[in-house]
Design a protein around this ligand. Structure first.
Ligand code: BMA
Length: 339
């Protein structure tokens, strides 16, 4: 496995504002420390972002040196007219504390998908008996949320396709099976379908870790797939672990590096991969991605928007600390998916 420095972001990826965050804790009008891993869609004539906010961090001797203890995690909305400049709502939107379910103690990493004018949320839920992936519907006025289904543990990083395919809903997901290789995780991307968003089945392996040469630890779905003439354009995160890596962010030994990868799935049969990129799409490189953060070297995309002029906006959490935006041209991204 080549050293991390052998990898670079795709040359035609443009980091908006040279990688400066489009949203960070200073823009949130309530308690916030880490603002990241957001889902983003166009809905009701505006751009809507639902971000994760880990708040109430007690710092140690210097920034992010107090361990990983937070008061809580909530999800908050931000809105935009152009997808570049964002403004947060005055109050947080949702958190585990708002549920009557005593099992779930944290909700995080939201992804948003609009299907037939309805807004759906996929989320990760930490429960006292394992990690679960949830699907919920958010009301049109963005005021309330109704849970539709929760997976068995352990599963997370679910994303919904934005339309039914052959009359079925589809989702990508990342279960956490107990097989491993050389003491490392081996987590892959799976695909399932459902008649009603509630009952899921016909699950099959979509992309195994062994197919991605720049990853050796785990893969997971990133933003919900986007429909193009050539297929479903689909982002994923790919994790490379190197035991020689030492201190990064708050941990003594944070050895993982999260990159973004890209693939194209068949429009009528999304279980079939048309192609994927041999190289990573986005690799941690900027100050916000590499030098400073709660967990450095993490690129975690959760939203992708295809504009009418074929610009693709990719929103990603950087270093589990801030939310950034990269753009690219659709044809450049499609031309990468050849393997
Ligand atoms: C994953 C999730 C993400 C996080 C990433 C990197 O396992 O917990 O929320 O961004 O690790 O720390």
């Amino acid at each position: 496995m080549p050293a991390m420095t052998d990898y670079h972001s795709f040359s035609r990826i443009n980091r908006y504002l040279n990688g400066k965050p489009v949203l960070d804790a200073s823009m949130v009008p309530y308690e916030a420390q880490l603002v990241f891993n957001a889902g983003v869609v166009k809905f009701n004539g505006e751009y809507v972002m639902l971000f994760r906010d880990d708040y109430g961090y007690i710092d140690g001797p210097s920034r992010f040196m107090g361990g990983n203890k937070f008061k809580g995690t909530c999800l908050g909305f931000a809105r935009s007219n152009d997808g570049y400049a964002w403004k947060c709502d005055a109050e947080p939107f949702w958190s585990a504390e708002k549920l009557s379910d005593n099992e779930i103690f944290r909700i995080y990493d939201p992804r948003l998908t609009v299907i037939e004018d309805r807004l759906y949320l996929c989320f990760a839920a930490d429960t006292y008996h394992g990690l679960r992936g949830g699907i919920a519907e958010i009301s049109k006025n963005l005021n309330s949320v109704t849970i539709i289904s929760l997976s068995l543990p352990d599963n997370r990083n679910m994303v919904l396709f934005p339309e039914k395919i052959n009359d079925k809903y589809y989702r990508l997901e990342r279960p956490m099976p107990v097989y491993s290789h050389d003491g490392k995780d081996c987590f892959d991307i799976w695909i399932s379908n459902s008649p009603d968003l509630r009952y899921w089945g016909e699950s099959s392996l979509l992309l195994g870790l062994e197919s991605i040469r720049y990853a050796n630890d785990k893969l997971g779905p990133a933003a919900p797939p986007v429909k193009t003439d050539k297929g479903w354009l689909t982002l994923f995160h790919a994790v490379h672990k190197d035991t020689l890596r030492g201190k990064n962010g708050w941990e003594e030994k944070w050895q993982k590096c999260y990159m973004a990868g890209i693939m194209l799935l068949d429009l009528q049969n999304p279980q079939k991969i048309i192609g994927f990129s041999k190289e990573p799409l986005i690799v941690p490189e900027t100050h916000w991605e590499v030098d400073e953060g709660f967990r450095t070297n993490v690129i975690f995309p959760g939203g992708m928007i295809l504009e009418d002029n074929d610009e693709v906006k990719i929103y990603y959490g950087a270093s589990d600390t801030v939310e950034c935006l990269a753009t690219a041209q659709l044809e450049d991204l499609i031309s990468l998916c050849t393997c």
